[in-house]
Design a protein around this ligand. Sequence first.
Ligand SMILES: Cc1cc2nc3c(=O)[nH]c(=O)nc-3n(C[C@H](O)[C@H](O)[C@H](O)COP(=O)(O)OP(=O)(O)OC[C@H]3O[C@@H](n4cnc5c(N)ncnc54)[C@H](O)[C@@H]3O)c2cc1C
Length: 405
Amino acid sequence: MMRRLETLGLGLRARGATAATSRRMLSTEPLPTAPVFEKSMPSLATGTFDWRDPLKLSASLTDEELAMYQTSRDFAQRELLPGVVNATRAGTFDRGIMNAFGQMGLLGLTVPKEQKQRWLPQLASGAKVGCFGLTEPNHGSDPSGMETKAAWDGYTGEWVLSGSKTWITNSPIADLALVWARADADNGAVRGFLIDRAAVDRVQPGAFATPAIEGKLSLKASITGSIFLDGVRVPRCAMLPYARGLGGPFACLNSARYGISWGAMGAAEACVEIARGYTLERKQFGAPLAAQQLIQKKLADAVTEIGLGLHAALAVGRAKERHDFSPEMISLVKRNSCGKALEIARNCRDMLGGNGIQDEYHIMRHSTNLETVNTYEGTHDVHALILGKAITGENAFVSGAAYRR
Ligand SMILES: Cc1cc2nc3c(=O)[nH]c(=O)nc-3n(C[C@H](O)[C@H](O)[C@H](O)COP(=O)(O)OP(=O)(O)OC[C@H]3O[C@@H](n4cnc5c(N)ncnc54)[C@H](O)[C@@H]3O)c2cc1C
């Protein structure tokens, strides 16, 4: 008996065997005969596997959501894809796409509630462009150090804005800027101010300057700039009435971050689609690259992460609909989608070899763009700190000196 166990490569207590089975194996009693099934067990797997939708996200979406998905996808293929390579190559932003986005009903969602009636129709149609000014040259991840000031002028009944912002998407072409500043008449609380460029330029030419930032190697087809405020005067009503403290900008950021958790995965999907097609066509060592295990592993990892990432984003979206979500949930999916998409894009670029660095194959554009997406709206590491604080109760944002309480 012992020999039988040894031949099978089993110790005295075979791995996974219960005490009862081990006992039976050691006894001299005849072993019970195995039950014979007349028919094989019916398979519970009745669905098919679709690598484009590995975990059947589409089954969790409503008809309206599916229609929105299809319309947005068609729009991107028809209106955006044909021009994006040349725009990226030249580093130019096509202002006309804002109108096209507007016609699709895809704009104007980040305007604060209080100002929607005044600005929403024009922003939503793409007739006007807005920008969101939070980051400053000395304060990126830590906006609590904000230096931009809003001084109350009691004689004229105006706020006077001074300071600077940097890395602001669309600032050079914005008709409307939402700028966050410390209001002296409100004990230095952070408040949001809407600046109507045309109104300021009429009476204070040069006070509101928004030069473009040159030399970007990421998001080249998008325009990014600074904002310089040299005593810009805005009326009392330009201040958002209900947003007070950093909760104001963070509420806007939560929506944008949630959107990014979907968008980053979209970029990853595009990379996988291109890499799969390429490696099926391309033969090396007498076989398509897609037949090689290393290539298949990379594709399997990518499809897995995309499937999981999209379902995680949907879970947060559903929690938002139920008003049962926390900012940490958004940090989790923003961070996960960006980090994973960046890794997927880099791996897909690798699968295309030399062609992978060519812009007409698109993947490297996605990977360089994802470097920004991984950084803005809270960097990958800053979201780790948000989650770390929620997990441990310890605040790791503070400097070492401040931590030594
Ligand atoms: C193309 C582009 C568009 C943008 N658009 C906008 C916009 O429209 N509006 C706007 O307000 N901002 C915008 N930003 C700014 C963006 O949000 C900031 O770049 C981002 O928040 C990071 O700030 P920072 O660049 O100052 O980096 P820093 O804050 O200086 O961070 C540098 C590095 O240090 C790390 N770090 C920071 N703090 C800690 C810490 N406590 N512990 C460990 N590591 C830390 C970060 O993770 C990062 O890796 C944009 C940026 C880019 C690149």
